[in-house]
Design a protein around this ligand. Structure first.
Ligand SMILES: Cc1cc2nc3c(=O)[nH]c(=O)nc-3n(C[C@H](O)[C@H](O)[C@H](O)COP(=O)(O)OP(=O)(O)OC[C@H]3O[C@@H](n4cnc5c(N)ncnc54)[C@H](O)[C@@H]3O)c2cc1C
Length: 575
């Protein structure tokens, strides 16, 4: 199989908030560097940053503070976040939001006095979410893309990264093997520094919110390269996914948090409000708590016609709802629901992965030359991400990664020779479905994967369900390993069946990491709830779960969380 070659000083995988910010900051730090962005979709049109609805958390307003934002992040994350990463997030967000407005030209909504409007999001002690209506991500991505297009940054669009390729001695990254989706040709991009910014995305669950291009490829590549992932058991379910029936892919897409923040009510199938009995913050409790409460209503059979619960906004005044949440009102109307004056059926939906590659605040990883930022990284949010901290994470750390890579390449960077046998092995693995005989049924694999993860490794888990999930995942991995493309589907150009197989391969591998970590955590924290271990455990001796793939098997370790700024029971406020 011929392999094209390309050399670039910096290779960025992914073109969401993390990837684009990294490219701009790397170029600003050293304009002489060759920078290339490789992206599975079209630049500016793919990934989840574009889908951001609610907004961006930053402690701008008088009365708010970075300490307060930090404490909300740590407590929301059930004391599992890495405190240096969380501190970098809350302090960096201040700088980044100014940059978004003043250098990139984002127009965020304003108060009548000209200050930036900040709305309420759940789990926060202050209204700090900056936004552009309820379609904030489009504003951010359009402005970022314009800047990237204008600056001569290289683009490999519709190029899928397949494998991290190391040097022969395994000590550093040499480059990345990619496939051009438009032709099916392979490309080896040799780079001095590589950023992993493919954005996680828990699309292995029956109901999920992320964009269709996301299949955890970056995390699967990191596992295959032997890197340690942390917090993989922490899958965030957003409480209010639209539930419009099984016939439409709009089912599962998210209705933004600001609806609950503004005072929306959740009602069960009998029309009863159930959150106020469970948490003093009622519907404004964190996502994990609200999702579990909805799940309990579903298990008890108190559901709406499609099997979820209702979101009701009408008591806030239909005109007011239409004015504040125009995008959401339209989305619901497309499915026959009246959000402003009626009720909308909703279901918890897999939204975000708190887990990812272990990294340092400067975005370095354990592999020399590999950097990580955004949803592929782990440790910023711990057990639960606050709404509004996701896009802050990708843009803050994306910018930092760009600066770090530019400095690092100037200081230490040289092209390193790849292990050519590793490239050949990666091509052979990717080519497998062109060689194998039995066609199999990818749709059935996806169906079983999504059902298993939802039922057995979802909002509520226990040892029995997780062991069932592990067994099914082993079967699915074996099925994928022997899958062969049907004879009529062997054209390489835009071969969606082949890419579906690759997507499923990544998803099954990362699902196994999720299940392994969920088995290892024998307590309940944030998004991870074990029916058989409902207590949170001792906060003062908190550990996070580290997972690694080694010779085809997953290893787990419990690592103590370092309380470098504040210990459980203490607060940075009022010091
Ligand atoms: C519907 C929705 C609403 C959200 N609303 C909010 C909100 O209001 N506030 C908030 O803070 N967060 C929100 N989030 C979360 C937020 O979008 C993410 O936290 C963040 O934007 C992730 O940024 P990223 O750059 O890491 O990944 P993304 O923006 O997802 O970008 C990933 C990129 O990697 C590319 N890619 C994937 N695989 C490969 C591969 N194999 N090779 C090459 N490229 C690849 C993708 O095509 C994409 O370009 C929302 C998420 C969703 C899904």
């Amino acid at each position: 199989m011929p392999i094209r070659r390309l050399q670039t000083d910096i290779l960025i995988l992914g073109a969401g908030g993390a990837g684009l910010f990294a490219a701009l900051h790397a170029q600003a730090a050293n304009p002489s560097l060759g920078i290339t962005i490789a992206v599975k979709g079209l630049l500016g049109k793919c990934g989840c940053t574009r889908m951001v609805q609610g907004g961006y958390n930053v402690a701008l307003a008088p009365g708010d503070s970075v300490e307060r934002h930090f404490m909300d992040t740590i407590e929301g994350g059930a004391w599992l976040p890495d405190q240096e990463l969380a501190w970098t997030l809350v302090t960096g967000a201040l700088e980044r939001v100014r940059e978004l407005e003043n250098e990139l030209g984002c127009f965020f909504d304003r108060n009548p006095d000209g200050t930036i409007h900040q709305k309420a999001f759940a789990g926060q002690s202050f209204d700090r979410t900056v936004h552009k209506g309820d379609l904030t991500g489009i504003e951010i991505m359009n402005r970022l893309s314009e800047q990237v297009w204008a600056r001569g940054i290289g683009r490999l669009e519709e190029h899928r990264a397949l494998e991290i390729v190391k040097t022969a001695d395994g000590s550093a990254i040499a480059g990345v093997l990619l496939v051009d989706i438009r032709t099916g040709e392979y490309l080896f991009a040799q780079a001095k520094a590589v950023l992993l910014a493919t954005g996680g995305g828990p699309t292995m669950y029956r109901f999920h919110t992320p964009s269709g291009d996301k299949s955890c490829d970056g995390l699967a590549m990191a596992l295959a390269a032997g890197l340690a992932l942390r917090d993989m058991e922490m899958i965030q379910f957003h409480p209010t996914g639209l539930l419009a029936g099984p016939h439409t892919r709009i089912t599962g897409t998210v209705l933004e948090e600001g609806l609950r923040g503004a005072g929306g009510h959740l009602l069960n199938g009998r029309g009863e409000r159930f959150m106020s009995a469970l948490d003093p913050r009622a519907e404004r409790a964190t996502r994990d708590i609200v999702s579990r409460a909805i799940h309990a209503e579903m298990l008890a059979g108190r559901t709406s016609p499609n099997g979820g619960v209702y979101l009701s906004m009408a008591h806030l005044g239909p005109d007011n709802v239409r004015r504040q949440f125009g995008g959401m009102v339209e989305r619901c109307a497309d499915c026959g629901f009246d959000l402003a004056a009626g009720r909308v059926e909703v279901v918890p939906t897999a939204h975000y992965m708190m887990g990812g590659v272990e990294f340092a605040p400067d975005c370095t990883t354990a592999l020399i030359g590999l950097f990580v930022a955004g949803e592929d990284s782990g440790g910023v949010h711990g057990a639960n991400r606050l709404g509004g901290n996701g896009v802050a994470n990708s843009t803050v750390f994306g910018g930092i990664a760009g600066e770090t890579m530019a400095r690092w390449v100037g200081r230490e960077g040289g092209f390193r020779d790849p292990d050519s046998t590793a490239i050949d092995a990666a091509v052979a693995r990717t080519e497998r479905p062109f060689r194998e005989g039995s066609a199999g049924d990818l749709e059935s694999v996806r169906e079983r994967l999504c059902t298993t993860m939802w039922d057995d490794a979802g909002i509520v888990r226990d040892a029995t369900s997780l062991s069932r999930a592990a067994a099914v995942l082993t079967e699915l991995a074996a099925e994928l390993a022997t899958y062969g493309l049907p004879r009529a589907a062997r054209d390489r150009a835009f071969n969606l069946t082949w890419h579906d197989w690759l997507n499923l391969d990544s998803l099954v591998s990362v699902s196994r990491a999720i299940v392994t970590a969920a088995v290892a955590r024998t307590n309940s924290r944030g998004a991870h709830y074990r029916r058989d271990f409902p207590d949170p455990g001792d906060l003062a001796t908190s550990t996070y779960v580290q997972v690694r793939l080694h010779d085809g098997a997953f290893d787990c370790a419990a690592v103590h969380v370092s309380f470098s700024r504040v210990r459980p029971g203490q607060s940075l406020l009022g010091r």
